[in-house]
Design a protein around this ligand. Structure first.
Ligand SMILES: Cc1cc2nc3c(=O)[nH]c(=O)nc-3n(C[C@H](O)[C@H](O)[C@H](O)COP(=O)(O)OP(=O)(O)OC[C@H]3O[C@@H](n4cnc5c(N)ncnc54)[C@H](O)[C@@H]3O)c2cc1C
Length: 377
């Protein structure tokens, strides 16, 4: 049975859910206001396997998300959509201490049994490293991860939503509100109200703004992330791996001489979207300390977006507690380009009345969303 489904949020989660639900034969409307969208500001590194985070359910989602890209690429190719958003560039993890590189190597070897997408793992000699990155300024220990990739979030969303629109779905670049009428949730834009069979809230960091006016307590906070885009004269840099030094600043050669340097994790700045030139310059400086080539680079763009975090840093997805027609996902934090398509797909399966492919009980929204005020609406 064809369902009418509204999705608030057209970032990576909402767009993937929209894509698969369109494939399943449903009628989709995506509402995406777009301001501060994390997906379009993201660096786009996909390399979750060597993380030392102890949260096993997060790792299952992140490794599952990295693996899921293969299915997404196959599906989009089958649907004749552009897949140039994904580059299996490899990743290079730099460490000051050889023992830290060895430790990561062992973690990778252990996890590769269940995650063959990791591919080759290799500790590079100084000579190999210099050959790969001739302008690297310092001695570093480097672990190469063949399966590492980079994803252009904006282009990915564009491909997904292009398919949705081609199949008769609609994408409205407007802010939508959720209202409750006769015990049923409905979408409202200005004074226009529309009912749907299913509503999916994929609003990233802005889930509290949608649910709190309706009496929900939402365990989500925003975190500001800034990223600098530099232009170098190395126009053939698209083949280079993404570079993950120690600390929070990564360096991504993305082709045509462009290099992403970032990103910041500014908890105290929350939803603020102003570009802070001092912080951008600090980021660029730390990139330059690593790569001399960046000293002559020109700053051509600054990106800023808001990540969503829960208090225990875990993402969630599933039905809104006690609701059978409203689904949601949020809290993807700094790895949402990795987990996002997988989570969007799980939401699509649920809305289509199917079982999820990852145990949803570990990621229930119930842990993060509480209905507290029955008097509102
Ligand atoms: C600077 C930066 C770098 C990052 N780098 C990486 C990385 O290298 N690797 C990685 O895996 N992840 C990375 N991330 C994290 C990743 O980008 C996010 O976790 C992910 O994009 C979140 O996707 P989302 O769909 O949940 O939310 P979003 O992409 O934020 O999308 C939510 C959308 O909902 C819309 N919306 C909200 N409320 C409404 C409303 N009421 N009506 C209409 N529309 C609404 C918003 O405008 C927005 O467009 C990075 C994030 C940032 C900010």
């Amino acid at each position: 049975m064809t369902k009418s489904i509204a999705i608030i949020g057209g970032g990576i989660v909402g767009a993937t859910a929209a894509y698969y639900l369109t494939r399943f034969g449903h009628q989709i409307t995506v509402y995406d206001e777009g301001t501060g969208q994390a997906t379009s500001a993201a660096a786009g590194i996909i390399c979750p396997w060597l993380s030392k985070r102890r949260n096993k359910s997060w790792y299952r989602l992140a490794a599952g998300g990295a693996a899921f890209y293969q299915q997404l690429l196959t599906d989009l190719e089958e649907d004749h959509q552009d897949t140039s958003f994904y580059h299996k560039s490899g990743a290079l993890l730099l460490k000051k201490k050889a023992s830290s590189t060895e430790e990561q190597y062992q973690i990778g070897l252990g996890r590769r049994k269940d995650a063959p997408e990791i591919g080759e793992l290799k500790i590079l000699t100084q000579e190999e490293l210099t050959q790969l990155l001739p302008t690297l300024q310092q001695q570093e220990n480097a672990l190469y991860v063949e399966g590492g990739a980079r994803v252009d979030g904006s282009s990915l969303v564009e491909s997904l939503l292009h398919y949705v629109q081609n199949q008769g779905g609609s994408v409205r670049h407007e802010k939508a509100s959720l209202i409750k009428e006769n015990e049923r949730y409905t979408i409202q834009i200005n004074k226009e109200k529309t009912s749907y069979d299913v509503i999916i809230l994929a609003a990233g960091a802005w889930l509290p703004q949608i649910l709190e006016p309706l009496g929900w307590e939402v365990d989500i906070r925003g975190q500001k992330g800034q990223l600098a885009v530099l232009q170098t004269d190395d126009v053939n840099n698209g083949h280079l791996p993404v570079i993950m030094p120690e600390g929070e600043i990564d360096v991504l050669p993305v082709g045509d001489g462009k290099v992403f340097v970032g990103a910041t994790h500014e908890n105290d700045k929350g939803y603020d979207l102003t570009i802070d030139e001092t912080i951008v310059n600090q980021m660029i400086k730390s990139g330059e300390t690593l790569f001399s080539r960046l000293k002559d680079a020109k700053l051509i763009e600054r990106k800023v977006g808001t990540r969503a975090y829960t208090s225990d840093f875990s993402p969630f997805f599933g039905y809104l507690p006690q609701q059978e027609t409203v689904l949601t996902a949020s809290g993807l934090g700094s790895s949402g380009l990795t987990t996002g398509p997988f989570i969007g797909y799980q939401l699509a399966l649920l809305a289509n009345g199917q079982e999820t492919t990852v145990s949803s009980s570990d990621y229930l929204p119930d842990y993060y969303l509480t209905f507290i005020d029955t008097n509102i609406c």
